[in-house]
Design a protein around this ligand. Structure first.
Ligand code: E4P
Length: 227
């Protein structure tokens, strides 16, 4: 199970990278705003600094374009990649623009030019499958948003996975829009390659009452804690 950290909060990123749990970081304009950033590039540079310090490698960092026209998306993606100069940079391209038109061609152009693309805001398996065919390295299915849209989020994930495997596509499915800790396990079982997790859920995922009780027994028997 590959776990990305779905936040731009530097303290949280530091904490979970240092713990060895995070295999990458995903951001979007909403997460940057929530973390108090007004300028994206300096924010991403700080995240890259943390990745390099705590993982020692070049884990994927998703940075999202905030243009809506195809030329603008390509231009901004190229700008971000060169401003960051970081091998793990992955550019998030939304599957659709405001007028409803798809952005598959943008994905194809960027991927063909050697830029790693994470196609985001996919709700349906066909969107994710099409993005994978266009060359996206990652396709992001937003689980709870998919359910909000009246779709069966788990079915969207499993169908996408089946098609990726059937056609031997290279894309990996990132499942985002996780709103409850145990959804991490459900989407993994449905076929997610990667789950991007809001970090507030990691402590819940790691907690078992019985583990704490067991530690209490050990420390009591060691004479460190009074019974
Ligand atoms: C997508 O980029 C993210 O996973 C995002 O945080 C969506 O989560 P939400 O649907 O809970 O807002």
């Amino acid at each position: 199970m590959i776990l990305f950290i779905d936040t731009a909060d530097l303290e949280e990123i530091k904490r979970w990278l240092a713990a060895g749990v995070g295999d990458g970081v995903t951001t979007n304009p909403t997460l940057l705003k929530k973390a108090g950033f007004t300028e994206p590039v300096p924010a991403w540079k700080q995240i890259i600094g943390l990745i390099q310090k705590y993982s020692g490698g070049s884990l994927p960092l998703s940075v999202e374009v905030f243009r809506d026209d195809p030329e603008g998306m390509v231009e901004q993606a190229t700008e971000f990649v060169s401003a960051l100069g970081y091998a793990g940079t992955t550019v998030k391209i939304p599957i659709q623009a405001l007028d409803g038109s798809d952005r598959l061609r943008v994905i194809k152009v960027l991927s063909g030019g050697g830029i790693a693309v994470n196609c985001t805001a996919c709700m349906h398996w066909f969107q994710a499958f099409a993005a994978a065919k266009a060359g996206a390295k990652f396709v992001s299915l937003l689980y709870c948003r998919s359910n909000d849209a009246g779709l069966d989020g788990l079915d969207m994930i499993s169908r996408t996975r089946r098609l990726i495997d059937l056609h031997g596509l290279k894309a990996q499915i990132i499942v985002g829009s996780i709103r409850e800790a145990e959804q991490v396990f459900r989407v993994y079982d449905a076929g997610a390659h990667i789950i991007t997790v809001p970090p507030k859920f990691f402590p819940q995922l790691l907690h078992q009452d019985k583990s704490v009780e067991t530690q209490k027994q050990f420390l009591t028997d060691a004479g460190v804690v009074k019974a």
